[in-house]
Write a protein that binds this ligand. Sequence first.
Ligand code: GDP
Ligand code: MG
Length: 450
Amino acid sequence: MGSNTLQHLCHQLPYSALLFTRTNLYKGLYPIPRMKIYPLCFTKQMQTTTYEVVKGSYLETSPTKQENKTKDTAPVTLDTVGAFQKLPMVMPSVDILHSALRKARRVTPTKGIANAAKREKNKGAKHLDALMKELTLPLRTYKENFPNKRLLHPYERSLIELTLGDGNYEQVLGRVDSLRKKVVSVGKELASLCAQSTSKREAEERLAEGLKRLEDIYRSDGKAVDELMQIAKTLRAMPVVDLEMPTLCLVGAPNVGKSSLVRLLSTGKPEICNYPFTTRGILMGHIALSYRNFQVTDTPGILRRRDEDRNNLEKLTLAVLANLPTAVLFVHDLTGECGTSPSDQFLIYQEIKERFSSHLWIDVISKCDLLEEESPILYVTENAEDDNSELVKYRKFGPDGALRVSVKSKVGIDELKIRVHELLASQSERLNIQKPEDTKEASSPRKIFI
Ligand SMILES: Nc1nc2c(ncn2[C@@H]2O[C@H](COP(=O)(O)OP(=O)(O)O)[C@@H](O)[C@H]2O)c(=O)[nH]1
Ligand SMILES: [Mg+2]
């Protein structure tokens, strides 16, 4: 099934009108003054990869290094929230240029130079030097304040790649820095040339030429600054979730009933998260349970195909599962109503289950009101006589221990809520065990983007 089919299926959703609206979720972001951050662990990669936060960046640590760190060093203090939210405001390149030209014009020659030629040379060199500095100052701020992608949390890294394309973030930052370097070196050269003029006239000409040269460079290479401005805008508008909050993640093929279940399980109305790489919104709700708050989130449907063929929406699902502290609620639709045959769902299920085998997990058979009916839709591609007994069993009952539910008739919903609560309590315990003993009560939430 191609990505067009997925898009098509997505647009058939009754909630699609709602899903297209933009969310204000990220506005709920708040700074946590002098918050302590500790080495973090994540399930699946959690077991294999650990991170520590240094100056707001996530650094991968080897197990040995990790052990030593937790023993020997105090937690690093971090006074910020998610990296994208901290991105500096980037000015359009023409605004930087006009402002720099204006400010540089105010430069006056050093006092006390009586000779007109010397005064002009002095003024011209200072003018060019000031322009060079004004043009490069903002660029230096961007270089310092846009985080190195390698040092971001792996989830933020995935989002940058999915949103901007592989390598684009680094490339644009690199071009902005090349522009800065070019303006510095050419600006210095021009200022020194002007200072060496032999007459007032020559100094005036060299100043005029110099100003034009710097302006030309900025106008032609300033596109990189404008691209960076777009990148910052896009990343800042990314939905925000809590990185450390145990999260129930609904996974399954498109149209199997994930969003319907998120609405039902959420305490309160779920928010719609919009990602720049899709017009489809993703639901994010909360479950309040014994004074604790958990997240519950939809994921875009996964199709049966190779990783290389997966679209960004599917990759987003995989990134959520790999990098956030998620427990899985896998939704199976055996009625055939969703458009993905049960056999294909079985294969998707097997793949995801194998990939994320260490995740806590619940299986749910959705739309059981339809299964109760006499003859559920049978796919022509489905062979009832299939000698794969596992598949035959799956088509009838789903995976072992799966719970049958219906959002329509409410069958199984109370039982599902109980199981979800148990699952989240276990997930919470698991995360607590993975944190070093002395950090547990200090774990205030850190907001991050999904
Ligand atoms: N009959 C029936 N239809 C359902 C049930 N749950 C969801 N649906 C329908 O299945 C379709 C897809 O549901 P949705 O929650 O958007 O699926 P998602 O794509 O997995 O998020 C919608 O038309 C829902 O109304 C159910 O329990 N019974
Ligand atoms: Mg949905």
